[in-house]
Design a protein around this ligand. Sequence first.
Ligand code: AMP
Length: 558
Amino acid sequence: MAIIGIDLGTTNSLACACRDGKMVLIPNPLGEFLTPSAVSVGEDGSIYVGAVAKERLVTHPGVSVASFKRFMGTGRVFCLEGQSFTPQELSSFILRQLREDAERFLGEEVTEAVISVPAYFNDNQRYATKQAGKLAGIHVERLVNEPSAAALSASRISGREEGCYLIFDFGGGTLDVSVVDYFDNVIEIIAVSGDNRLGGDDFDRLIAEKFCETRGMVYDELEAGERAELLRLAEKCKRGLTVQKQAEFIYGAGGEAFHLTNVELAEMGQKIFERIGQVVSGALSDSGRTIEEIDEVVLVGGSAKMPAITFYLQAYLGKKPCVIGSPDEIVAVGAGIYAGIKERREEIKDLVLTDICPFTLGTNVVNYSDRSNPVMSPVIERNTILPSSRTRTYTNSYDGQAHISIGIYQGESYYCSENIELGRIEMDILPKKKGEACFSVTFTYDINGILEVEVADLQQNKKLWKTLTSGSVRVSEEEIEERIKEMRDYKLMPPGGIRTMLVQARGERLFRQFLGRRREAVAAVMEQFQRALLETQNDQQIIKLAKEAEAAFDALEG
Ligand code: AMP
């Protein structure tokens, strides 16, 4: 029985296991490590996960979905083919796929996983992630913060046992910067900062807009389909700039090639870089460290591969960021190392993991200018190292007050109403003159995200407490068991035919996208592929045919 590490990403997910002291990435049936975090429901109710589902986002948008990690822990429901799924249910399909891939690859049953989550994930989001594991038939005892996993991975790969790391995680739509200490086998996140509306997608849009500008077109006036095609070409061009100084693309039949260099992209991206700079300085200043005290700047996430990003960070920080391993894989490898520790594999030393509380937890105090709108009194502040227990004392706010209502809030806003209310404790107190009553509020927050709140009336020696495990998205154990059974009825597509399905799905997407000669060419490739399939049962031959069709599609996509 194996325990694996999983990076359950917004765009892509991947799994890693520890074998003979080495970290092994798990390939999916296509032989790739990255599985797109996309889900699609087929007409017969079967579930497509990964590359095929990603293609179907274009051809079958009503029954396909991606980026649902953004909605974890919210009440959002996705309706696909008349069936409703929560984000954790959709995530469970990804986890199940990764688990099945791992079982096939390792030749062992996978019963448990360590899953990485963004450091800023709140209680509900963490709970939803664990539920996703449960629904996928995987026990998830431990979640690890992505920056901790990245730091662990970086330290192992670089051979630097100890150090202070700045983890720069730049994905498609989010930027997360964390400062992480790794000393004496203790990993500690010192500070986190981020912008969840900033990522590689902004560069795609920038390139698309620049293209329109040079062609006298207005990006916002393009039709949805035209915009999608232009963005796809822009993204490809951006990736091209990772491996070469100049890249180009042609939009529309007979169009002129649009050229772009890394230097031009860097100039165009000034506003994006400014925002990146703000997040990086925020993390550094919250951590109380200077850049000289940072041993390594570690690049994580697909967009961190962009040379323009490396140049910018080097200039901004005065320190060359290092690429330790692949930015796409570093978190999964870290989660795999944690999984190895859990399995108590001898090859890995025991590690103490500490986490930080990524958000502020507090209670309400009276707002004298508007009593109906209480303000937040922080008890445990964001970036506090966990486990943590803090007490604050409060007093009555008016003469003869006989009752207090202690709200428990999470968030950084001044007004409680703008933060998330996690719970409430009601307590009767002895009526006294304003300012003479005295009661304490203690928050104890442990490493598994369980918050205990105790309210004590110090004069009456009376105590009340609450353990917060319930919230808007919580469901009872019975409901979960019921849903687990239902989820088992959904069949994931078998691994055997996945390559064929991918050719089919991609062909359908291209047929929809192209017009004229290229559309005819797609149809011809599809027809030829389908005819050839009828003539063979040989797996190797099928793979060869699929690769040929893929190459033909690559050439057509340009
Ligand atoms: P992630 O969420 O970490 O998978 O990152 C996805 C983002 O990384 C998307 O915006 C991709 O366009 C971008 N990306 C992936 N690979 C590359 C690359 N080789 N060069 C530039 N950007 C990339």
